[in-house]
Design a binder for this molecule. Structure first.
Ligand SMILES: Cc1cc2nc3c(=O)[nH]c(=O)nc-3n(C[C@H](O)[C@H](O)[C@H](O)COP(=O)(O)OP(=O)(O)OC[C@H]3O[C@@H](n4cnc5c(N)ncnc54)[C@H](O)[C@@H]3O)c2cc1C
Ligand code: SF4
Length: 330
């Protein structure tokens, strides 16, 4: 049985108290929400905070406000179940409710939060193992070792961004609010993730994710497609988020478009060539095929998650087709 290491557990009731505790504990402290990612990591000795600061009892982090007209604010500690069931998210941002519904199982979604999901540790077959297993291969760059077993000549970690909501947030242009004792700042989801499996966030460790701001609906539509082995359970090994705006006229000409790939690299990957294939053109089968081809060409999955990497690359074309076709008007 894997046991948690000893740690002190703090439960602040206000944002100011949470960031103050974090400032006092310094690098020994770490925030926790549902704990569905952090606690397994602690059991595997991948993360070893001495002070764990729960963000679940801060009221401001537990609210959903607004609607599609004004934009919606989702507190970072809102559970995935609450996202899946929320009437306004379902009505105005069905892509978010859908992507959240694909995350793991109902039990995990009852505990896991949207904030924890957006800050999820990157994943790799050589890293998501217990301490003894990792010791057996002399660890790896991401934790305790000095070689990457996926790309042994590389000085970079290629562990994979594996959250279902991340590509969706990037595609729709969400913003995140961060707070620390130094103040607050807003950051675009698109600029929040580093292409580095170790240093994968632009967030400093002392910063608390307060909330997620969804943009108002002004004519855009979005969809998400997820590839995984077991439909009832698994992490994405490819996620495709598609977002378009059209002129709304008879030919449905695309005025803006984004295709974001998740689950194949340390950060969500924007396929600008796919957007370029769509913009200024009628949203038809030919253009959708061109965009899907661009996604296929750009995708370079590595051999560090489930399924053969070449097949995952092939699937990028199929899943981009599906994501874009889901946005076509009848
Ligand atoms: C069996 C299993 C299957 C899973 N399947 C999927 C899946 O299919 N898709 C998917 O996307 N994910 C999956 N997950 C990953 C994860 O459980 C979920 O992403 C979940 O939403 C994480 O939320 P949490 O609140 O439990 O995060 P936690 O474990 O509490 O935190 C995760 C990280 O975020 C930090 N953190 C949390 N909240 C804040 C905050 N407000 N401010 C600053 N830092 C914060 C923590 O310090 C930690 O580093 C799975 C996990 C398991 C165990
Ligand atoms: S990509 Fe390399 S360094 Fe990163 S977790 Fe995997 S084996 Fe370790």
């Amino acid at each position: 049985m894997m046991r948690l290491p000893k740690f002190e557990y703090r439960v602040p009731r206000e944002i100011s108290e949470a960031v103050k505790i974090m400032a006092e504990t310094g690098p020994e402290g770490q925030f926790v929400a549902g704990g569905t990612d952090l606690y397994p990591n602690m059991k595997r000795r991948q993360q070893m905070p001495r002070t764990v600061i729960s963000v679940m009892r801060v009221p401001e982090l537990n609210q959903i406000t607004g609607d599609g007209k004004s934009g919606v604010r989702i507190g970072a500690s809102v559970t995935l179940t609450d996202i899946v069931e929320h009437p306004i998210i379902n009505r105005d941002y069905p892509v978010i409710a859908y992507a959240a519904r694909t995350i793991s199982t109902p039990i995990l979604r009852n505990m896991g939060t949207i904030g924890g999901n957006l800050l999820l540790d990157t994943r790799c077959n050589y890293y998501d193992q217990n301490y003894e297993w990792r010791k057996g291969i002399n660890f790896c760059l991401k934790k305790d070792g000095d070689v990457c077993w996926v790309a042994p000549g590389s000085s970079k970690c290629w562990a994979v961004q594996s959250s279902d909501l991340v590509p969706v947030m990037v595609a729709i242009g969400a913003k995140f609010r961060l707070a620390s004792t130094l103040g607050e700042r807003m950051i675009d989801a698109a600029g929040f993730y580093n292409d580095d499996g170790i240093d994968y966030l632009k967030k400093r460790p002392d910063e608390l994710l307060v909330d997620i701001h969804l943009p108002p609906l002004n004519g855009w539509r979005a969809s998400y497609q997820k590839l995984r082995r077991r439909g009832a359970f698994d992490f994405p090994v490819l996620g495709v988020a598609a977002w378009i705006k059209t002129d709304g006229l008879a030919n449905d000409v695309v005025t803006d478009a984004r295709v974001i790939l998740g689950g194949i690299a340390p950060s969500p990957m924007a396929v600008n060539e796919a957007g370029a294939a769509l913009i200024g053109q009628p949203f038809d089968e030919e253009r959708i095929r061109a965009a899907a081809e661009a996604a296929y060409v750009k995708a370079r999955p590595l051999d560090n998650t489930d399924f053969v990497m070449n097949w995952r690359k092939q699937m990028t074309r199929q899943f981009t087709l599906r994501a874009l076709n889901a946005l076509r008007k009848e």
